[in-house]
Design a protein. Structure first.
Lengths: 116, 112
């Protein structure tokens, strides 16, 4: 158990809908990262938040947005869903804002999104 | 363009045998290189983290090596077990940045 929690575990929805994925980082970690992993593909970095502020952006679509709240949990909002958005969505947390040195990322169990 | 390439894409080995996975990267400037193990449908779990000054790091039956000059890393699994069946992902961190470059992973299947 990494200490990172994600809800829900599974989500099934229809095209055009909007969903919210939730992530709680490890106790004391200030950074949250969101990743998308489509079937048989590698992890794609979406976005990072550090202590409530957006820190880095990756391949995140305009239909997707995220935020980090004062209690440090984060939500990833996916709207106007398409079939191709079906994937595993992981969040990870680190104590500080960077990934240099030995700053290890701890991954949550993921949310499996299925768009029908 | 910063890239991380892993080989082979997949491999099958018999229980008790050893195997070696490769990772080549072109990330620059380089901060550290990580190997993760990802069981099917689960989040990745860190195996090793190496900075540019380290050339080997072990975690039980897993040993990672790094040659920063040739920009190559390998992950050696000794005396494989059925529980080693997973995807192994090489991840490289930039210096002065907050992003990570992920390899596509090597899928290892250990058979009895």
């Amino acid at each position: 158990d990494s200490g990172v929690t994600q809800t829900p575990k599974h989500l099934i929805t229809a095209t055009g809908q909007r969903v919210t994925l939730r992530c709680s980082p490890r106790s004391g970690d200030l950074s949250v990262y969101w990743y998308q992993q489509s079937l048989d593909q590698g992890l794609q970095f979406l976005i990072q938040y550090y202590n409530g502020e957006e820190r880095a952006k990756g391949n995140i679509l305009e239909r997707f947005s995220a935020q980090q709240f004062p209690d440090l949990h984060s939500e990833l909002n996916l709207s106007s869903l398409e079939l191709g958005d079906s994937a595993l969505y992981f969040c990870a947390s680190t104590p500080s804002g960077g990934t240099s040195g030995r700053n290890e990322q701890f991954f949550g169990p993921g949310t499996r999104l299925t768009v029908l | 363009k910063n890239q991380v390439e892993q080989s082979p894409q997949s491999l099958i080995i018999l229980e008790g045998k050893n195997c070696t996975l490769q990772c080549n990267y072109t990330v620059s400037p380089f901060s550290n290189l990580r190997w993760y193990k990802q069981d099917t449908g689960r989040g990745p779990v860190s195996l090793t983290i190496m900075t540019f000054s380290e050339n080997t790091k072990s975690n039980g039956r897993y040993t990672a090596t790094l040659d920063a000059d040739t920009k190559q890393s390998s992950l050696h699994i000794t005396a494989s077990q059925l529980s080693d069946s997973a995807s192994y992902i090489c991840v490289v961190s930039f210096s002065n940045d907050y992003k990570l470059s992920f390899g596509a992973g090597t899928t290892v299947t250990v058979r009895a």
